[in-house]
Design a protein around this ligand. Sequence first.
Ligand SMILES: [Mg+2]
Length: 152
Amino acid sequence: MKIAVDIDGVLADQVSAALLEIEKDYGQKYCKSDINRAHWSFAGIEIWTEIARLLADPEYVMRVPLIEGSQKAIKQLCRHDVIVVTARRPNAEEATRRWLNWHFPSLTQYYHARTGTKHNIPSDVLIDDLDMNSRSTGYSFPASLELKRHRY
Ligand SMILES: [Mg+2]
């Protein structure tokens, strides 16, 4: 089975990392529970705009922590063909590949897809934390799993 796995929110705890930087750069402290919607903003800045800015810094990319349990989960999928699919901008790809190689050396297939288009990646299953990336209508957090062609 071919399984596509999102990075941010599934493997990488992007929101926690970004909130630390926001505290450092803007002096405003927030916690993950404050981020209650995809288009959350602080001081007039949308968090995804801030994350895009941060991801341009390779040192920041390497500091992003793991989602708890993600390494164990990927190991459990080792008999499947697992590919990484991300909407991170191309300027973050080199550092992201280094981060992946460090934490998930088995994940070597890397696909860039724009947000909302990940369901077009050729795979049987998509594991993603954002419902708009799957064809499912229900919202689930922290990760939604879409069975694209088969039921297992
Ligand atoms: Mg995500």
